[in-house]
Design a protein around this ligand. Structure first.
Ligand code: URP
Ligand code: ZN
Ligand code: ZN
Ligand code: ZN
Length: 466
């Protein structure tokens, strides 16, 4: 039996903070005991990790990534190998990526394709959601089978007409199906039909710079779509999870629905908490680095997102990691912002940025772990295997130095992308050591993992319903 003991750290979970020693046996948490007590003295192991002065955290769960996503004539630049390695560097030990159904193809074909991309390549464990781009009777039947197989959540798009877009009827049908089979609909809530009109009009006026991407994708059109998605879900009797919420007005729609007692949930991402429309307006096409959808908003929106995280009107922070290099990929939209591939890198930065939010007083430590580990695990049926440190859980553990200072930079990051959205940002706190099922993936700031250690992790249905 392989055993590890982590001694002397402050164990932080969504519910508790405790100076405790952690015993790991065969890849799982075997026991926790208050440090220095006789119970902790009984923990013996071949490997001891001294965590004195450090935090001992459950590995991060990033429930929204897009490795190798085909978008706008190119592919997101992180593969499952490079992206999951970067995840580990940033203290994330589980990713849930989006498999894509192509229009005219089955869900199964899309899922098989994503399995082939990931299998044998991942440094940490992974699961899949399914992007449903073509709702038809066959697709609806397939959804039932996918839920049984552990793909229990489905993303639909109210944006991107002609690509991933679903109309209200298709959305309602998928929601009705998920009300029956236990699936969770994840919604990209922006009125894409209206946005496309505004895009066309902006381009006709010669407004081609990246900042117009933010101006045409209006907060009101996010709020309108959020409202519509909520009411469609209510009609269907289905729960709803709204992805990448960025606008104050959209948070208000979620808050209202939750006050009504609906099972409606919201996710935001570090880019909406730490970046703004000012970045999109950076000169010399630099703004292209910040083009994603929903777009970065004027700074004033950040307060509503922080408040939503505190009031639990927003429950999860995921990255929507979808990197495109500035040179050669973001470039495709020089002279036409609508051709800039949408997406930002961030899988490596999420845990640190949210720790900075703890330092800045936006979040408590336990809330940090709740929104980054425990709730995403519950929301997507991975708890308590993932998302907490408790006997029986996978030994996905992060030893975190809360006092280390670092400067985020593309020079030092491990994501396969030629810029950082947070270049030059100073943060307090740093991942030191990461275990995935007990195996050291990062050991005192050295990569000691391997492609293929990470395994596919089927999920149960949502464990967060009220
Ligand atoms: O701009 C983004 N968010 N790109 C990834 C695809 C999506 O809509 O999540
Ligand atoms: Zn302490
Ligand atoms: Zn989206
Ligand atoms: Zn996304």
């Amino acid at each position: 039996m392989s055993r590890t003991v982590i001694r002397g750290g402050l164990v932080v979970t969504a519910s508790d903070e405790l100076h405790a020693d952690v015993l790991i046996e065969d890849g799982r948490i075997a026991a926790l005991a208050a440090s220095g007590t006789p119970a902790a003295e009984t923990f013996t192991a071949g490997r001891t990790i001294d965590a004195t002065g450090k935090y001992v955290l459950p590995g991060g769960v990033d429930a929204h990534t897009h490795m190798e996503l085909p978008f706008g004539g190119t592919f997101a630049s992180d593969t499952f190998e490079t992206g999951t390695r970067a995840a580990a560097w940033g203290g994330t030990t589980t990713v849930v990526d989006f498999a894509v159904q192509s229009v005219g193809r089955s869900l199964r074909e899309g899922l098989d394709t994503w399995h082939a991309k990931a299998e044998g390549n991942c440094a940490v464990d992974y699961g899949f959601h399914m992007i449903v781009s073509d709702v038809n009777p066959g697709t609806l039947k397939e959804m039932d089978r996918l839920v049984e197989e552990g793909v229990t959540s489905f993303k639909q798009f109210m944006a991107y007409p002609g690509v991933f877009y679903s109309d209200d009827g298709q959305i309602l049908r998928a929601m009705q199906r998920s009300a029956e089979n236990g699936g969770l609909i994840m919604m990209h809530a922006e009125n894409g039909i209206a946005i496309d009109v505004l895009v066309e009009q902006a381009l006709a006026r010669g407004e081609t710079d990246p900042r117009y991407h933010g101006e045409v994708r209006k907060a009101l059109l996010e709020a309108e779509a959020t409202h519509r998605a909520i009411r469609l879900a209510q009609v269907a009797g289905a729960p709803l999870y709204v992805v990448h919420v960025s606008a104050t007005e959209a948070v208000a729609e979620l808050a209202r629905a939750r006050d009504e007692g609906l099972n409606v949930f919201g996710e935001t991402c570090p880019q909406y908490l730490f970046l703004s429309a000012d970045n999109l307006a950076e000169p010399n096409f630099e703004g292209a680095k910040y083009v994603c959808s929903t777009p970065l908003r004027p700074k004033e929106h950040q307060a509503a997102l922080w408040r939503g995280l505190r009031t639990n009107d927003l429950q999860v922070v995921s990255t929507d990691h979808c990197p495109f290099c500035f040179t050669g990929q973001k470039d495709l939209g020089r002279g036409d912002f609508s051709k800039i591939p949408n997406g930002l890198p961030g899988i490596e930065n999420r845990m640190d940025l949210l720790h900075q939010a703890v330092v800045d007083g936006h979040l408590t430590r336990r809330r940090w772990i709740e929104i980054a580990c425990a709730t995403p695990a519950r929301m997507f049926g991975l708890y308590p295997k993932k998302g907490t440190l408790a006997p029986g859980a996978d030994a996905d553990v992060v030893i975190y130095d809360p006092h280390a200072e670092q400067v985020i930079s593309a020079e030092t990051h491990h994501m396969n992308v030629d810029y950082s959205a947070y270049e030059g940002k100073r943060v307090t706190g740093r991942v030191e050591t990461v275990l995935s099922r007990g195996e050291p993936v990062i050991t005192e700031r050295e990569y000691t993992g391997r492609a293929g250690h990470g395994v596919y992790t089927p999920r149960s249905t949502c464990q967060y319903l009220t």
